[in-house]
Design a binder for this molecule. Sequence first.
Ligand code: IPM
Ligand code: MG
Length: 376
Amino acid sequence: MMRYQQEIDQAVNHYRALLESQIARAEGMNNAQTEMKKGKTVIGLAGGDGIGPIIVKQAEKALRKLLADEIASGQIKLRAIEGLTIENRLAKGQAVPADVLAAIKECDVLLKGPTTTPSGGTMESANVTLRRELDLFANVRPVSVPEAGIDWTFFRENTEGEYTLGSKGIEIPGMLTMDFKVTTVAGTRRIAKAAFDFAKANGKTHLAIVTKSNIMKKTDGMFSAICHEIANDYPGITVEEYYIDIMTANLINPAIRKKFQVFLLPNLYGDILTDEAAQLQGGVGTAGSANTGSRYAMFEAIHGSAPRMIEEGLGDYANPESILRAAVMLLRHIGLPSKANALDAAITNAAAACPVTGDKDGNTCEAFGDCLEKLL
Ligand code: IPM
Ligand code: MG
């Protein structure tokens, strides 16, 4: 009798079920881009955990000022989404409790504060659940540092890679653990198309595909092949492929980084590289993130809930800039570009007039929000 036979049998059955679920997901995939329905727009506002409610409060204040007319006429509704807290999620044993998800699905777009993910265990990250349940396949993250010639837009695939089955790995206790990475043809096509369409529509001439296809030969290999194939439909765009390791170096190499415009990359590399990029812009507290799909869209800060800031009593000093930049993207998404530009400019001016450092030497989150409100 072979050793570990029972564990292997269990793992094989588990793996079979995973394969079946992933084939079903790929077959059901929707490729359409979000089309906002005309008329009334409901914007959900979810505080989340840690510094989340503190920063979302300031974003809500700015939106109420900026959208006062639209709210008064009923064209836009702001709706609070309760229950996306770690306490409620743990109590219900669900990454996003069913009633909270139903409430989110009744909104058109969501502005979401960061949510805490317990490390280890089997509780999935609320972000991952929401991205999957709302099928938010494109994670779009702009980073700009005009004085350094940096104007980048990252198109991070948002529902696949290491994230899809990250809570569904295999463990043979005392012996080994295995996680899985999933890349589908349909999932790669739709993010590649979204990135190239964006590039074309915005006059971008360079697109960098980022993989580690020399090592992850199946998943990244296919991601790369499909992206190059789609590139053929966009002759005006120069396409180059880089491995993720050298790309992390390139982002801090002033001689090279200026040429980058649009990045197209699988989920985990996108997660990592966008934090690095955000740091060049002034920190993860400064960058917004859009998660868009075929029906819904969710906008958030790119950083987490910062439990350390809360523990150290610094929550009130959290920087709301990242969630506010996300609100800019939300406004653009719902068809209000001039409001988006007004908010964007006001955030930049408020950051100069009323800097927040994340510590007591800077302004509080609320003081920043007050300063911003006056500039709107
Ligand atoms: C992000 C975050 C999330 C991610 C976490 C909170 C699950 O780091 O949006 O980049 O890993 O995608
Ligand atoms: Mg991240």
